[in-house]
Write a protein that binds this ligand. Structure first.
Ligand SMILES: *Cc1c(COP(=O)(O)O)cnc(C)c1O
Length: 352
C-alpha cells in the first residue's frame, strides 16, 4: 500500500494464478495446461518469425489469424476478435459489453477472474448459486440483467451445459449480451459457436492455451455478431493496438492448420480423464462429471488440503480453492497417462 495509489487500486482484489514453480521436477496438475507439446508445425512457424522483420510492428488487425479462425468455424472475419490470451478478451468484454445499469449475472462458483474484472471496471454483479450437484441452472438467470457470463464447461467443476439448454436460454434473454467462455470446450462439449449467427447478443470466447497446448503464447479469441466484435475492437484500439505479436500470430495459424494433431491430443486427454475418473471413484472420491481437461473431486473421508499437501510432498501439485462450498474439493488437471498413473499411485498411499 502507498499513498500514491488511486482509490480504485486500493479496492482491487487481484486474481491469483496457480503456482508456476521454477523447477521441472514437479508433476504440474494445478493450472490446466496441456501436458502434450504444441503442434510441431506451430513451433516451426514461430521459429520462422525470428528474423529481421521483427523491427517492424505486426499487423494491428491480425487479419491472417482472423481469416484462419473465420474459415475454421465457417464465419466472416468481421465476426472474430483476437486478444492476448482469452483473459484479455474477457477483460475487453467486461468493459465493452457487460457494463450496464442492471447487474451482471454469473455463477457463484466459476472462473474467479469474473469478479476481478467486475471490480476493475466497477460493474455491479449478482452471483447465481450452482445447484447442489454443481450444475449451472440457466432458468435462474431469466431475471433482469445487464449481461450474463458463464464458462462452459464450467471451471473448476468441469460440468457441461448442452447446446439445447443454452439455445433455450438465449430465446428468453434477448436484451443483454450473453458471453460463453469456452476455454475447455474442445475436451468433449458442443460449442455455442454454432449459435452465433442465430443470436446477435451471443459472444463465444475460446483460447489456444488449453486444447492447443499454447498457454505460453497467449492467444484467445471471441466470435459473435460483427456489432459485438466492433465494440471489442474499439476498446482494444483504445488500449493496445498490437496485442498479437509476429510469433503468436504465426504459431496460432499453424496450430489451427494442424487439425489431426489437435484431435489426437484431445482424444488422449479424454481417455486419461475417464481412466482417472474410475480410479478416483475406486479410491473413495466423489467426482463431478467433467468434460474439461481436469477433474473436480472430493474424498469422502480425508480433507482436501491434507491430500494436496501429501501430493506436494511427492512432487505433484494440484489446485485447492479456499472458498465456501468447495473447500473440500481438489481440481486436478489431466496430465499424460503416465502422470495420471503416478498420481493414482501416490493417492493410494495417502488415502489408505
Ligand atoms: C484458462 C482459462 C481462461 C484463460 O485463458 P488464457 O487464454 O490463457 O488467458 C479463461 N477462462 C477460463 C474459464 C479458463 O479456465
Amino acid at each position: 500500500m502507498s499513498r500514491f495509489w488511486s482509490a480504485l487500486v486500493n479496492q482491487l482484489t487481484p486474481y491469483v494464478p496457480g503456482e508456476q514453480p521454477k523447477t521441472d521436477k514437479l508433476i504440474k496438475l494445478n493450472t490446466n495446461e496441456n501436458p502434450y507439446p504444441p503442434s510441431a508445425l506451430a513451433i516451426q512457424a514461430m521459429q520462422a518469425q525470428a528474423n529481421d522483420k521483427l523491427r517492424l510492428y505486426p499487423d494491428p488487425e491480425s487479419s491472417d489469424l482472423k481469416a484462419c479462425i473465420a474459415d475454421y468455424y465457417k464465419l466472416k472475419p468481421e465476426q472474430v476478435f483476437i486478444g492476448n490470451g482469452s483473459d484479455e478478451v474477457l477483460a475487453h468484454c467486461f468493459q465493452a459489453l457487460l457494463n450496464h445499469h442492471q447487474p451482471l449475472l454469473f455463477p457463484d462458483i466459476t472462473y474467479s477472474f469474473y469478479t476481478v474484472y467486475s471490480k476493475l471496471y466497477q460493474i455491479e454483479y449478482q452471483q447465481i448459486p450452482l445447484d447442489d450437484d454443481f450444475n449451472i441452472r440457466l432458468d435462474n438467470y431469466k431475471i433482469a440483467n445487464g449481461g450474463v457470463i458463464f464458462a462452459n464447461p464450467n471451471a473448476p467443476t468441469g460440468k457441461l451445459l448442452s447446446l439445447e439448454t443454452i439455445d433455450d436460454f438465449l430465446q428468453h434473454n434477448t436484451d443483454s449480451v450473453v458471453v460463453v467462455d469456452e476455454a475447455y470446450i474442445d475436451f468433449g462439449g458442443d460449442s455455442a459457436i454454432a449459435l452465433v449467427n442465430k443470436y446477435p447478443n451471443l459472444l463465444v470466447i475460446q483460447t489456444l492455451s488449453k486444447s492447443r497446448s499454447l498457454a505460453g503464447l497467449r492467444v484467445g479469441f471471441a466470435v459473435g455478431d460483427s456489432g459485438l466484435i466492433e465494440a471489442l475492437e474499439r476498446v482494444k484500439n483504445s488500449f493496445n493496438s498490437y496485442p498479437m505479436d509476429r510469433f503468436s500470430t504465426a504459431g496460432a495459424i499453424a496450430a489451427f492448420q494442424d487439425n489431426n494433431y489437435f484431435s489426437a491430443q484431445c482424444e488422449k486427454i479424454i481417455n486419461s480423464r475417464s481412466w482417472l475418473n474410475e480410479q478416483l471413484l475406486a479410491l473413495g472420491f466423489s467426482v463431478a462429471a467433467s468434460k474439461a481437461n481436469f477433474i473436480f473431486a472430493e474424498h469422502k473421508a480425508i480433507n482436501a488440503e491434507l491430500i494436496a499437501e501429501g501430493l506436494r510432498a511427492k512432487n505433484i501439485i494440484v489446485r485447492h480453492f479456499k472458498q465456501p462450498r468447495i473447500e473440500n474439493y481438489l481440481r486436478i488437471t489431466i496430465g499424460t497417462q503416465i502422470e495420471c498413473e503416478r498420481l493414482v499411485d501416490e493417492l493410494k498411499a495417502i488415502v489408505r
